[in-house]
Design a protein around this ligand. Structure first.
Ligand SMILES: Nc1ncnc2c1ncn2[C@@H]1O[C@H](COP(=O)(O)OP(=O)(O)O)[C@@H](O)[C@H]1O
Ligand SMILES: [Mg+2]
Length: 602
């Protein structure tokens, strides 16, 4: 491509809303244009990058036997009602763009495709003989993100590869999941990314079946906790650890004491002259289930620790059937106004105990469960002679014990929020470190959640009808492309990994009125392209320095300059990543570059 004929526009500045380097650079270098909040156009250079990423993804998927298809983006509400997700996606999370068509039918723009693919499986898969199956597509997804930001990192329309597999049993699912782990590592390595695979939250389904692939970068929205030995890495939402040891409690006998102005753990520990590890902290939450029921939750944890709300929400989602609900819609710490709806009398906020009486709940304000869900983290359940609230403002109890003064709730689970500095569970010598990560891929063992809900069954060898076992696997193609820039740039611009660069080489003619220089450039341009080296020719009528700046900004791996050295039958070749420059004889340029580019593509 000749730049003189291309819609090639670069900018000195980027708009103020672009705060991270990759977003600024993609805008400045003319790769993307913002059309609206979270909505971007991919200009020709970007489209080439995206197609290269897609092709790598496609090759690795096909190598596992997965089959490419294309599913509709327009999805009727019936499918989502069958799976039970319509309300969650349109109301609770509200992430799905949904509207009514002219016939008054509800439709939505696909944020994900479990419903569509499960419907297809239901209609086409009858027997174990047809299994396993794995279909994938690469296409734009729509999500009404509440906070679209960082350009392509979190868009409202973005490109995803999503794949779904169907199996006769768990073993077969685990096999495909393992194949995907390998395929994903291959994809990200080939795209030139520095990434880690981390254990991820798999929602209420639980189990060990979810892994995310994180590109490590400060701009990442996720926190990754890992050990130096490389044996453990997890999303903070999912991470577990050995919390610090408990200090021996100084309180041997049970008593209630006046503790004025001690509503926080820090103020209480100071007043009581004890360690926060001697305190049971009680946090009140409001959960709303999908049948509209409001349930108050009293969660207890050791004073020095915090509650991981993802773990709590997963546990509460598992309890949904007890409340005749399917799932939980929201979980929040209520403010004073929210408490008005159900508090029968003023709550002893800051002085609550795990045994706060249920008569604080009034059910008159609507669909409200009359009892607290009481749930205790393991760290708190193990405590002896602890301090906790006395259910009376300004008072705490000291030297309390579970099973004596306070009944231990039945729900003792892991609610602990792991933090950097904790010891690793498998090897206490290893201390957890923290890093920021950009989630570029996610693989997930779904089990039979969707197939059961939607009645997608098959007949096994014994003639029994069973729900299909499913897996799903996503790659954020457009996010991946931007994260490559986030990881690889310098003050002058983008440094594309060769495999996903829009072009391999840019030939810059410093002075286009120099006919010898133009002739040499045209000849090289033809030869390079013929050799399969994707080449741009900067034949614009502009100053050399200006053109060099643009070449650096757009990040093409090799720049060839037909300048002074032509007299000696040579051109200057500059490697973008290192800025190293060398002079290469005209008749060796193609072979030299071909060899370097091919070796970078392995
Ligand atoms: N709003 C978005 N903008 C760009 N990419 C996204 C967005 N949401 C998700 N992705 C990408 O799609 C992949 C699969 O999405 P998924 O795991 O279903 O999303 P989430 O992690 O938000 O539940 C993610 O790993 C991520 O790379
Ligand atoms: Mg995800």
């Amino acid at each position: 491509m000749r730049l003189s004929q291309m819609l090639f526009v670069t900018f000195k500045e980027s708009p103020a809303e672009a705060v991270i380097p990759s977003h600024q650079l993609l805008l400045r270098a003319g790769y993307i244009r913002r059309i609206g909040s979270g909505i971007y156009s991919y200009l020709p250079l970007m489209w080439r990058v995206l197609q290269k990423v897609s092709q790598i993804v496609r090759e690795e998927m096909n190598a596992t036997g997965a089959q490419e298809c294309l599913l509709p983006q327009l999805q009727p509400s019936e499918l989502w009602k069958e799976s039970g997700r319509w309300d969650t996606y349109t109301k609770a999370e509200g992430i799905m763009f949904a509207f009514e068509d002219r016939q008054g039918r509800e439709v939505a723009l696909g944020p994900t495709h479990e419903e569509v693919i499960t419907t297809i499986a239901k209609e086409t898969i009858r027997s174990y003989r047809q299994l396993p199956q794995h279909l994938y597509q690469i296409q734009s997804k729509f999500r009404d993100e509440i906070r679209p930001r960082f350009g392509l990192m979190r868009g409202r329309e973005f490109i995803m590869k999503d794949g779904y597999s169907f199996h006769a049993n768990e073993e077969s699912l685990k096999q495909t999941y393992a194949d995907m782990d390998v395929a994903y590592r291959n994809m990200f390595r080939r795209c030139g990314l520095d990434f880690v695979a981390v254990e991820a939250d798999s929602g209420a389904i639980g189990g060990s079946g979810s892994q995310e692939f994180m590109v490590l970068a400060d701009a990442g929205e996720d926190e990754v906790l890992y050990t130096e030995d490389g044996k453990y890495a997890a999303n903070v939402e999912k991470a577990t650890s050995l919390p610090p040891d408990v200090e021996p409690s100084p309180f041997k006998k049970y008593e209630k004491r006046e503790t004025p102005n001690t509503p926080t753990i820090a103020s209480l520990a100071e007043f009581a002259k004890c360690s926060p590890t001697n305190i049971v902290k009680n946090v009140l939450y409001e959960a709303v289930y999908d049948n509209g029921l409001l349930v108050l939750v009293l969660a207890c944890i050791r004073g020095d620790r915090d509650i991981n709300e993802v773990k709590l929400q997963n546990k509460l989602a598992q309890l949904a059937p007890e409340f005749e609900a399917n799932t939980i819609l929201s979980l929040a710490v209520p403010d004073e106004a929210a408490k008005q709806k159900w508090a029968a009398k003023p709550l002893p906020t800051g002085y609550i105990a795990p045994n706060l009486e249920d008569d604080y709940i009034s059910t008159q304000g609507g669909s409200i469960h009359p009892k607290f869900i009481r749930i205790v983290d393991k760290t708190a359940a193990e405590l002896k002679n602890f301090v906790t609230g006395a259910n009376e403002p300004g008072y705490h109890v000291f030297g309390a014990n579970w099973g004596k003064e306070i009944e231990l709730p039945k729900l003792v689970v892991d609610l602990d929020k792991t933090v950097a500095g904790d010891r690793a569970v498998r090897d206490p010598e290893q201390i957890l470190q923290t890093a920021r990560g950009i989630e570029v891929g996610h693989i997930f063992q779904l089990g039979s959640k969707y197939s059961t809900a939607m009645g997608a069954t098959f007949t096994n060898e014994q003639g029994e009808e069973l729900p299909l076992v499913m897996g799903c696997y996503g790659v954020g193609v457009s996010r991946l492309a931007q994260s490559a820039v986030e990881q690889s740039h310098d003050k002058d611009g983008i440094i594309w990994p060769v495999a996903i660069a829009p072009y391999h080489v840019i030939i810059v003619v410093p002075n286009i009125s120099d006919t010898k220089a133009m002739e040499a450039a045209e000849k090289l341009y033809a030869e390079l392209n013929q050799a399969g080296i994707e080449t741009l020719l900067d034949n614009r009528d502009a100053r050399a320095g200006f053109k060099f700046k643009d070449a650096d900004l757009i990040g093409i791996p090799y720049r060839v300059v037909t300048g002074r050295s032509l007299k000696a039958g040579k051109v200057e070749v500059v490697e973008r990543a290192t800025k190293q420059s060398e002079e290469i004889a005209l008749d060796e340029v193609v072979a030299t570059l071909k060899q370097r580019i091919d070796s970078a593509l392995i």
